[in-house]
Design a protein around this ligand. Sequence first.
Ligand code: AKB
Length: 330
Amino acid sequence: NDCSFQNTTINRSYTVDRSPKILITGGLGQLGTECAKLLRKNYGNENVILSDIIKPTEESLSNGPFIFADILDFKGLQKIVVNYRIDWLIHFSALLSAVGEQNVPLAVRVNIEGMHNVIELAKQYKLRIFIPSTIGAFGPDSPRNPTPNVTIQRPRTIYGVSKVHAELLGEYYHHRFGLDFRCLRFPGVISSDPPGGGTTDYAVAVFHEGLVTKRYECYLEPYTRLPMMYIKDCLSALFQFLNTPDEKLRRRVYNVTAMSFTPEELFSEIKKHVPDLKISYKPDARQYIAESWPQVFDDSEARRDWGWRHKYNLETLVESMVRNVKKNMS
Ligand code: AKB
């Protein structure tokens, strides 16, 4: 009865008694810059390294190091981990659901091959690694209202397939090698920084386009209900989860959410602030994706195990977004 393969090498990540040094990949996407701000406030500007393969704006350079890092270049990643003495890796690089369908080979490279690199890197250097997953990791066979933490996952997008793969590989590396893998399944995230290529993007675009032109054409049907959260809640979930002691975690992958709404419900809340906003609907292929995803996400396990609580509901989210977008416009 040879069970020697089972969890023989527990390579727990180093517990550091100084601030951890953190590398963020895909740092110029929707979450990276704000995530870096939050982590820098807590761990010091120099300890959080934002990276990407695209050119940074002045703002992304403003309060800490920014470097070039290509997740498809394993040696390059090794060099960064060694030179900067990285302890934690936050892996944001990914092609999202809608754009992934337009270039499946690229999505396979970035979302799957890139993830293989970072997970192997984390194992080799005993890093704590966070990889976000998504409501997109579920599909038409999953229960949609509510969608529990553990259920059928048969996504129909390459994005979803790559995220299920990341979840399973991360769990496997945890059990097999003791890798400190952590993963949250996020819903649609609403932020002032625009996302790119997602199915839930309408809920961000309406603020930017709607407040400028007073018009917005929505690519989802008015009744399409999806789980959502404000970026501040998303990042505080990430921060809290990253800092949760290992013994409290009963699993490595948790659902988190804050609310669920339809385009119609969101627009009528925005109209309280922008009464002359004109909405029209022209559903496209993203409608099929949205219809295969959860409507209501059950995050009770995150709430029970590590005390996850959201702060923003639809009303406070809209109020804060309208204020921020108007401020950026002036
Ligand atoms: C997308 O719409 O693809 C993302 C997600 C929900 O993961 N925002």
